[in-house]
Write a protein that binds this ligand. Structure first.
Ligand code: PGA
Length: 269
């Protein structure tokens, strides 16, 4: 896992946006971007919007797949992930609406819809880069503790902790949906790059477990330890409990020096 520890949320978001933009530019003709909701990626979306508006970052051919959606909320519900994505990202960039995919929490046959969602991802040749956050209980997407490593898109019952964590967005805890459609761990693990964002002291413990703890379905984010290319971009507060924090910083510095040397060699022939 590559780990970048940034001073604060703004720097974390900028670094994440640079990574996304670089991959987008590399795969100009076909880029499939997996997206996440929650408070963590809002700064990343803001920065990508700025890059679109000020630097012409082009989303016209980008295809997106969101990780999850609550069951039972219509797309115009203010707490639905459809609404979140349009408000915080899609309506500010030049994405083609037909390239946007978000699970439909109102689908009549939820299981059939989940299978169709998987098929759509496969038909688009898989996800190139998947943005991820981590939940207080260690989940990625809504893969709550105990989720199978090989799970695919399906309906999950949310844990009490997730319901409580998410109740801050609803008037009462009773209004928080208890089920969600979510990509599975197996689905996420097939993304070519996983970009995990973590910020704030509240996530420090669970992030350390995910990165340095044993791999366990108790902390589904720990499965990323087996992914061939996970990049974690986090702020100092979230990194506070990492045992190997100094080493990760050293690796970043050394990689930077190496890149500089290669560039200079290239310039000088
Ligand atoms: P948050 O949620 O970004 O709002 O902390 C992350 C998650 O639950 O995956």
């Amino acid at each position: 896992m590559e780990i970048y520890i940034k001073k604060n949320y703004e720097e974390m978001s900028r670094k994440a946006a640079e990574i996304v933009a670089e991959e987008m530019r590399k795969r100009k003709n076909h880029f499939v971007l997996g997206l996440a909701t929650g408070s963590t990626p809002i700064g990343l979306y803001k920065e990508l919007i700025r890059m679109h508006q000020e630097e012409g970052l082009d989303f016209s051919r980008v295809i997106t797949f969101n990780l999850d959606e609550y069951c039972g909320l219509s797309p115009d519900h203010e707490q639905s992930y459809h609404y979140f994505m349009f408000e915080n990202f899609f309506k500010h960039i030049n994405i083609d609406k037909k390239n946007i995919h978000i699970p439909d929490g109102m689908a009549r046959d939820l299981d059939a819809h989940c299978r169709e969602y998987e098929k759509m991802i496969a038909d688009n040749r898989g996800i190139d880069l998947q943005v991820l956050g981590i939940g207080g209980d260690g989940h990625i997407a809504f893969n709550e503790p105990g989720s199978s490593l090989s799970s695919r898109t399906r309906v999950k019952t949310l844990t009490q902790q997730t319901v409580e964590d998410n109740s801050r967005f609803f008037k009462t805890i009773e209004e928080v949906p208890k089920y969600a459609i979510t990509m599975g761990i197996g689905t996420i693990m097939e993304a070519k790059i996983c970009l995990l964002l973590v910020n704030g002291a509240k996530k420090a413990e669970v992030f350390a477990k995910a990165v340095e703890g044993p791999m366990t379905t108790e902390v589904t984010a720990s499965m990323l330890q087996t992914h061939p290319r996970t990049i974690a971009v986090v702020d100092e507060e979230a990194a506070a409990k990492l045992k190997r924090k100094d080493y990760y910083k050293h690796v970043e510095k050394m990689a930077g020096l190496l890149k500089k040397r290669v560039n200079e060699k290239g310039k000088n022939g």
